[in-house]
Design a protein around this ligand. Sequence first.
Ligand code: URA
Length: 263
Amino acid sequence: MITPQMLDFDTALALYEWQREMGADEPVGEEPVNRYELVAEAVKVAPRMAEPAPPPVAPVAADPVELAQAEAEAATTLADLAERQAAYDRCDLKKGARNFVFADGTAGSRVMIIGEAPGRDEDLEGLPFVGPAGQMLDRMFAAIGLSRRAPDTETGLYITNVMPWRPPGNRDPEAAEIAMMLPFLTRHVDLADPELIVLMGNTPCAAALGQRGILRLRGSWATAFGRPALPMTHPAYLLRTPSAKREAWADLLEIKARLRGTG
Ligand code: URA
């Protein structure tokens, strides 16, 4: 074997050029090298790499009612509440509705009316109680000097519904749908801060009092959201059942007396 020590510079260069001319393009050692073993060794001695980070986990889907509660409680104004409720997408009624129906009238009025859910006209206009039942409601409250058009809180009305989206075919809202909207309604009452509440029909009684049976409940003061609340028969019922208007009139007088401090 020729070693580098045996060669002077010129001889080594001449040897190298000769090898190149002969087609040698790769220096090869005297002993074969098992490259797979070298790799295995390198892996053994290489510092252990850190475990790859797990892929980011999507937050666990919150329970729809808990999510509604968090959103509602975070709202600081009525406009903020409306925005958060309109963006809430766990209630399937939203998918079939044309409009989100939040409220009408003067916020801060002494009287707040809570209805059931938008019907066809309300869904089209995006306002509560604008169809025939709504016109009836306006006439009823005008009879005791209250109006949603009054700008002052003394004679104004503030009107909302339990559900902000129209149920298909005007069916009754389901218990789960009411439960999802209840945190928003609770916050809505807090922010509107009425002196007393009118529960118009069965759905608001179910939501606020946990009871149905409006013909039994109507006319007796209850407590809802920590405030005096009077269940009344729905104006749509009064349109179908004119004989029930007498009792509704008595309920309106009850409200009037309460506002005057004589009820
Ligand atoms: N009935 C309701 O309870 N609310 C409306 O907005 C319309 C009809």
